[in-house]
Ligand binder design. Structure first.
Ligand SMILES: *[C@@H]1O[C@H](CO)[C@@H](O)[C@H](O)[C@H]1NC(C)=O
Ligand SMILES: *[C@@H]1O[C@H](CO)[C@@H](O)[C@H](O)[C@H]1NC(C)=O
Ligand SMILES: *[C@@H]1O[C@H](CO)[C@@H](O)[C@H](O)[C@H]1NC(C)=O
Ligand SMILES: *[C@@H]1O[C@H](CO)[C@@H](O)[C@H](O)[C@H]1NC(C)=O
Ligand SMILES: *[C@@H]1O[C@H](CO)[C@@H](O)[C@H](O)[C@H]1NC(C)=O
Ligand SMILES: *[C@@H]1O[C@H](CO)[C@@H](O)[C@H](O)[C@H]1NC(C)=O
Ligand SMILES: *[C@@H]1O[C@H](CO)[C@@H](O)[C@H](O)[C@H]1NC(C)=O
Length: 294
């Protein structure tokens, strides 16, 4: 049972509106907005359908204030969106925001919000369309830089995981800030996230200071690891904002702990002194019971 206005609608959606771009994080929920900016509208004159651009056989989500579209939805909702969509509870305010749950890389599409309005004859007409371009992303982990010296060559590996989309990898010679040629290998996890393995082989046996940067262009994020083979411990150090934040957090936790210990110590001293003054305490005071009388 297809509502009669469905076919009608398909021939009319030609005009375009604003071009919004939204980034969704893999595994989380993204909101695609479609606001009716005109405050004066009556909800039961509207029908809203979110579609995937280029897909005419099914829709992503639909709402009609007058008709129960449950069975229609069951038949015609695109299978890959089943149980992953809902409208935010703001329909009555003219906000047809679609929530798309559990984002995957396969959701990267342009989505169109089609708002139909009943005309005087009671027929639906396309009132408005909003196109939203959904991009998907995921944070890469802090890169791990390792190296194995072997004779005249040294091989460096730089690995970063569970990000999206495919990153750009830069190796930089710290001495002259030149880019170095490397090879990349990518693997894909079942959730669509990518792990990158980058390998650099350096001929020189001399010490070198290098950095490997993983750039996620979608999130405008660079994660960098550096290594200095001349440093005594020869161990790579990871330098990026997350670990800096972690360090700062640890430092403030340590500071707070020191302050608390100091306060406790002062409090203990005070109590001890006052006990000593009040009771002319015997010698064993200040042991297990902190000088308090039994
Ligand atoms: C809309 O977005 C698409 C995809 O990002 C882009 O190719 C197109 O040029 C944009 N159109 C306008 C008018 O901004
Ligand atoms: C309401 O929307 C229509 C068309 O979308 C527009 O012509 C009109 O100016 C709007 N009115 C207000 C008050 O924004
Ligand atoms: C770098 O990766 C390659 C291939 O994965 C591996 O054979 C090699 O042992 C790695 N080297 C280091 C230093 O981790
Ligand atoms: C790094 O740069 C220095 C200075 O230009 C150069 O001597 C060295 O060979 C470079 N190392 C590599 C691996 O390119
Ligand atoms: C970088 O390495 C690739 C393969 O290892 C090679 O084909 C390419 O020519 C190299 N580019 C430069 C600038 O050395
Ligand atoms: C990341 O690093 C690359 C290469 O140095 C640079 O082109 C880009 O602008 C950087 N992006 C950010 C967000 O810092
Ligand atoms: C990605 O990681 C950076 C730094 O670790 C953090 O600031 C940012 O909020 C993260 N973004 C998401 C979407 O998790």
């Amino acid at each position: 049972m297809v509502p009669k206005s469905f076919g009608f609608m398909m021939f009319l959606w030609v005009q375009t509106a604003a071009n919004i771009s939204v980034t969704g994080i893999i595994g989380s929920t993204v909101e695609l907005r479609c606001d009716e900016l005109n405050g004066t509208f009556i909800l039961n004159n509207f029908r809203v359908t979110w579609r995937k651009e280029g897909e005419i056989k099914c829709f992503v989500e639909t709402y009609d204030s007058d008709e129960d579209l449950t069975s229609y939805r069951e038949k015609n909702q695109c299978a890959d969106f089943r149980d992953r969509t809902r409208f935010k509870e703001e329909l009555k305010e003219g906000k047809f925001t679609l929530q798309l749950l559990r984002i995957t890389p396969k959701d990267e599409f342009t989505y169109t919000c089609v708002v139909l309005k009943k005309n005087e004859e009671g027929k639906f007409e396309v009132h408005r369309e909003v196109k939203t371009n959904l991009k998907v992303a995921a944070n890469y982990s802090a890169p791990v830089l390792t190296h194995i010296p072997s004779g005249e060559e040294t091989t460096f590996n730089c690995t970063s995981s569970h990000g999206y989309p495919q990153p750009k990898v830069y190796w930089v010679n710290h001495t002259d800030i030149s880019l170095l040629n490397s090879t990349q290998q990518y693997t894909r996890a079942p959730d669509g996230t990518i792990t990158v393995f980058s390998t650099l082989t350096v001929k020189a046996a001399t010490a070198i200071k290098l950095e490997c940067t993983i750039e996620n262009e979608q999130l405008h994020q660079n994660l960098t690891a550096t290594i200095d083979t001349s440093s005594p411990e020869n161990s790579p150090s990871v330098d990026n904002s997350p670990s800096k934040t972690k360090g700062a957090v640890l430092a403030s936790v340590a500071a707070v702990l020191i302050v608390i210990l100091l306060i406790l110590y002062i409090g203990w001293k005070k109590r001890r002194t006052s006990v000593l003054m009040t009771y002319t305490a015997p010698a064993e005071i200040g042991n297990r019971n902190f000088g308090l009388p039994e």
